[in-house]
Design a protein around this ligand. Structure first.
Ligand code: KG4
Ligand code: ZN
Length: 363
């Protein structure tokens, strides 16, 4: 079957087509188109919801058109439509949800509402041969081919601009929330700290780049707090870290320009503090729940140091869990992950019953 995915929960307008048959362990990516209004938000240092939704209204139809064209599908080839119905910005969600409902009605196709957070987890199943074919054709996609299927039970760490959550997955369709951030999300911490250092929004990738350029002991230059690293639960907190960096920046303003040694040391130390907490909690969860797989998802999952350290720690702690992460371009928001989540959790809902839910969370 072929599923058309639509994702508009934040500032991206995305459409994708995936293909899979009943019993498949991964899904094939036939197209994956993402239009972003990020350059507009970079100017203001954050997403302005009204601006994002207006741009999405302009981008939605051309994005859909392009996704169908790239997949070489006509509307009649599509078997179902999957759409993100929450969580996210209400104006943005409405663009995708109303578009999907209209298509479902006009094309007479089933509609599957998808939780955006499930989507980030299911980016891990987008590892089919199709991706490799596309990668060979256009070098913008970097894919990792999994030697075998993801085994359950699994622990998934979702780290994005809006969320930091640890969940336990017994099997497809059975996801239990273990814990999450009590204040800022990990990506939000990267973005806010980047702003303190004069880096453009969103700052996660820029902080990673500066940290990479740092001396090997730069990550130890500042002893920033690692909030809740020792707490006996699966919750996180990153606002204290942001405050600690703010104090450091305020005490050294004269030396801090975005490419200075001080900024580089701060980036390396901050990145390590965040990663230490994420790795510790994820490994503890994997151990406690006897996970066979550890999955990473969300924009912060594109961070190579996080990917490397999660993988290495699972090995050095002799966990029997195997580490999986999506290709970097599929960690950030996209519609292919929404279509993949729909395939593995297939549940049609009449279009009349679907409404955008900005506050949607895990059950
Ligand atoms: O998943 P995503 O695209 O959107 C949300 O659902 O929030 O995540 C965006 C977040 C931003 O906070 C961005 O700074 C962060 O992901 N991010 C990174 C990296 N690339 C994106 N954080 C750390 N290292 C990166 N390489
Ligand atoms: Zn997201």
């Amino acid at each position: 079957m072929k599923i058309l995915g639509i994702e508009t929960s934040c500032d991206e307008t995305a459409a994708a087509v995936i293909e899979a048959q009943k019993g498949d362990k991964t899904v094939k990516l036939l197209s994956n188109v993402v239009a972003t209004s990020l350059p507009l938000h970079a100017k203001t240092g954050g997403v302005i919801p009204e601006v994002a939704a207006r741009e999405q209204l302009k981008f939605m139809v051309p994005t859909l058109d392009e996704a169908l064209k790239q997949s070489r599908c006509k509307s009649t080839d599509i078997d179902a439509i999957a759409v993100t119905y929450g969580p996210g910005l209400i104006g943005s969600l409405l663009v995708g949800v109303e578009t999907a409902k209209t298509l479902s009605y006009v094309w007479d196709k089933p509609l599957i509402p998808v939780n955006h957070l499930y989507g980030h987890i299911y980016a891990n199943w987008l590892m089919a041969d199709g991706l490799w074919q596309m990668e060979n054709k256009n070098h913008s996609l970097s894919a990792i081919r999994y030697p075998h299927a993801i085994a359950f039970p699994a622990i998934a760490l979702i780290v994005s601009g809006g969320h930091t959550d640890l969940v336990f997955m017994k099997q497809h369709g059975s996801i239990r929330w273990l814990g999450g951030t009590r204040d800022d999300a990990a990506g939000e911490a990267f973005d806010k700290i980047g702003r303190l250092l004069g880096l453009p929004y969103p700052a996660g990738a820029a902080i990673e780049k500066l940290a990479k350029s740092a001396e090997s002991d730069s990550a130890k230059a500042y002893n920033f707090p690692k909030p809740m690293i020792g707490s006996n639960d699966f919750d996180f907190s990153f606002s204290g870290l942001k405050t600690a960096v703010m104090r450091t920046v305020q005490s050294q303003t004269s030396q801090i320009t975005p490419n200075s040694q001080t900024a580089t040391d701060i980036c390396a130390s901050v990145q390590q503090a965040i990663i230490d907490v994420l790795v510790k909690k994820t490994l503890t969860a994997a151990k406690k729940y006897h996970a066979k797989s550890i999955l990473l998802g969300g924009g912060v999952g594109a961070n190579q140091t996080l990917r490397d350290q999660l993988k290495q720690s699972a090995i050095s702690h002799k966990l029997s869990a195997e580490f999986f992460c999506p290709p970097k371009n599929l960690c950030t928001d996209n519609a292919a992950m929404i279509a993949a989540a729909a395939f593995f959790n297939y549940k049609e809902v009449p279009w009349q019953k679907i409404t955008a839910d900005p506050e949607l969370y895990f059950d």
